[in-house]
Design a protein around this ligand. Sequence first.
Ligand code: G3H
Length: 541
Amino acid sequence: MVTTDHLRALFPDDAALKAHDPPSPIDQRNILVDGELKHWPGETVPVRSAVCVRKPDGSLEQIRLGSYPTAGIPEAMEALDAAVEAYDDGRGEWPTMAVAQRIACMQEFTRLMIESRGEIIDLIMWEIGKSRTDSEKEFDRTVDYIKATIAALKELDNSNSRFLVVEGTIGQIRRTPLGVVLCMGPYNYPLNETFATLIPAMIMGNTVVFKPPTFGVLLFNPLLEAFRKAFPPGVINTVYGRGSEIVPALLESGKINVLTLIGSSKVADHLKKMHPKVNRLRAILGLDAKNAAIVLPDADMNLAVKECVSGALSFNGQRCTALKMLIVHRDIVDDFIARLVAEVDKLKIGMPWEKSVTITPLPDLKKVEHMTRLVEDAKSKGARVLNKGGGTVCGTLFAPAIVYPVKEDMLLYREEQFGPIVPIMSFDNVETALEYVITSEHGQQVSIFSENPETIGKLVDPLVNQVCRVNVNCQCQRGPDVFPFTGRKDSAEGTLSVTDALRSFSIRSMVAAKQTEDSKRILNKIVRDHDSNFINTDFIF
Ligand code: G3H
């Protein structure tokens, strides 16, 4: 059984820590603004690892990883001005650049980014406590995403590299940028999910103000120089400081054209309203989710349990797509729970560098406290933690807790726990499960487990109108990245996928002329002499 002492012993002491070679502290003093790495002389925010060191007296201390500029509104405004100037109302070098050239800049950036692979993976692991294997996957998946984005843009642009003639009008239609994008990513996929919006935003010709997530800031340090080298000045600018202070100021300026945020719906709601002309603001948002798994009596139990364990607990349940409520038919709930407990007991808890570890330290003590609060609330209202030692805490480690029966009056019923808690409720009639999804504020995905095609078919039809992905006999997830990733209600705005993101961060614009001899002469001359980057019939290979 997991105990506090057992968890404490999992943290390294000073000697063990040295053997695992934590990165030397990075005291980042640079802010990337207008193509320059500007020295920040002021105060800094300390960065602590999710991993604690065990001191000889048994106390635990989060390891110091470095610091980054505190900065504030003046610096944020400087970054915004640089992005506005680089966009220059659509006249800037970047928004008017030929697509092939923008692609070349992005390829150069990717090459430089790959040079820092080891350092970035280390920082992901140490900053947020993601296992080394998953940190490696995150980096490699991001590089693949950039490459796929480049390929998709080539295809998009090539398909627009011709004129259309309709009802006596000659037209050429291309996708064009929207302006200045404010980009904020989440801590759980600090590199991948940030880049899932940042890269398409940039490659479509927008200029960017980028605020790194609360946890996972230093991993961008090696990339600042790569951004600086690969892109013209002002195309990407970084901001640091208290989000609650600087982000409203950026939006209130009215100079942000696109808000892209992977985070909470409450924050997104609040921020959107700060823009003086909301109709001018496009929002591409990945928000909260409380994905349910509906386990029917005829489910393949081994499969359902395996998928639910990994769906609920991989990376400590810190995935927006994680299964956050298991709704199990009453006839099988005891059997299901017994198997689930057995599988969760087998999960390895430990430090992120350990092989096949699943449960690792959380990035912040406040997160651990919040998990405890959620479990205590459920217990005080009649639920039990069914796995021995579930919910045990030591430092930044929280042993996964299976909580049953979760009822409507408990916080866990609706709140997105975003951590290692597995809430379970049972149902007699499938309508109860359906009703749970319908009455939820969230609408990202759902998983259904059944071996009966008729049951699945009947359930899929209403569910696809409630969420944006119904997973049959498998957990919820975002990938493959070519599939649309979105949600209804408070779960998302806009769609992300390799191709959808290119559309999300751009708008179609066209050049049109009457089909006259004069128009033909003018357009032919423009194309032949490359007088325009927009009007052209070049093919990008
Ligand atoms: O945090 C939300 C992520 O988009 C989840 O992605 O399903 O690939 O883990 P994933």
